[in-house]
Design a protein around this ligand. Structure first.
Ligand SMILES: Cc1cc2nc3c(=O)[nH]c(=O)nc-3n(C[C@H](O)[C@H](O)[C@H](O)COP(=O)(O)O)c2cc1C
Ligand code: SF4
Ligand code: SF4
Length: 256
């Protein structure tokens, strides 16, 4: 038996949460499907895998690019845990969205969680969801893994009977589309091109310039730059960042 971690995690918060859920599951053999790497969806799944799916909330839903990638995977009723991260404002309908997509692809969702993680928009000048996930969040993630395993191991367990309720509704229509944005290298850019490697949709060229027609504003390049030499500025981002920087600390939660 293997655990399979499937995540879209441009700024790595979701990935960290999935790793902790996996620690709680305590299954030695693990493979990862990183949806930021387009070819990752070609990895083969086994019928006896246990899957953990994770994605962030972007404006109440799962990011459009993650949805596209998830729809390339197909399951055969593998027991599945779904986790959504959010930047301490709200998770909107993102968990219902993720569970719906994963179920439609043939996976059997048995448990789920919502986890606070540093907001992609957070920076030194305006901190949002800073130092999250913290140890409390990680413990919730580990407990979710442990309890999910116990649930499956119950003598009478038939996973087809598991039906969990989570807050939110399955969203209709198209996922959030932000106005065109362009992430830019700053003066201290060394042209190391780490940002180019991090970009899930290949929007950055060899001069570290970004194609604003492609950019999905995921912040992978900004947070992944070792020199802090990249920015993604937009009046909408400044406005939202200001409004949500006063949000009270939220709690990570599990649904089992
Ligand atoms: C375009 C965009 C929209 C976002 N919308 C929300 C939101 O509506 N509410 C919220 O709390 N966090 C929001 N976030 C923050 C992310 O959900 C959060 O930072 C998440 O942990 C990022 O996951 P990652 O680190 O795995 O990339 C948004 C982030 C981005 C980039
Ligand atoms: S990662 Fe940073 S320093 Fe390296 S090329 Fe990109 S912007 Fe420049
Ligand atoms: S250029 Fe845009 S899509 Fe690419 S990593 Fe940066 S923010 Fe994400």
């Amino acid at each position: 038996m293997r655990s399979v971690l499937v995540y879209f995690s441009p700024t790595k918060g979701t990935k960290k949460i999935l790793e902790k859920i996996n620690e709680g599951l305590n299954i030695e053999a693990t493979i990862e499907i990183d949806l930021c790497k387009p070819l990752a969806v070609q990895k083969k799944l086994n019928e006896d895998d246990i899957c953990i799916f994770g994605a962030p909330n972007y404006g109440g839903r799962i990011p459009a690019f993650a949805i596209e990638q998830l729809r390339k995977l197909s399951g055969k009723g593998q027991p599945t845990i779904c986790a959504v991260t959010y930047g301490n404002k709200s998770y909107g309908n993102a968990l219902a969205d993720l569970m719906n997509i994963v179920s439609n692809q043939g996976f059997k969702v048995i448990s789920a969680g919502t986890f606070v993680s540093e907001h992609s928009f957070s920076n030194d000048k305006r901190e949002i969801g800073i130092n999250r996930p913290n140890n409390v969040d990680y413990n919730t993630a580990k407990t979710l893994g442990k309890k999910s395993l116990e649930k499956m191991e119950q003598a009478s367990a038939n996973i087809n009977d598991f039906n969990i309720k989570v807050p939110g509704k399955v969203p209709k229509g198209k996922p959030l589309h932000l106005p065109r944005m362009e992430s830019r290298p700053l003066e201290n850019c060394t042209l190391c091109l780490k940002c180019k490697q991090e970009c899930p949709i290949n929007a950055i060229d060899h001069q570290a310039k970004c194609d604003d027609k492609k950019c999905i504003a995921c912040f992978a390049c900004v947070k992944g730059c070792p020199e802090k030499a990249r920015e993604l500025k937009h009046p909408i981002i400044s406005l939202i960042s200001f409004a949500i920087s006063f949000s009270k600390d939220k709690e990570s939660k599990m649904f089992i």
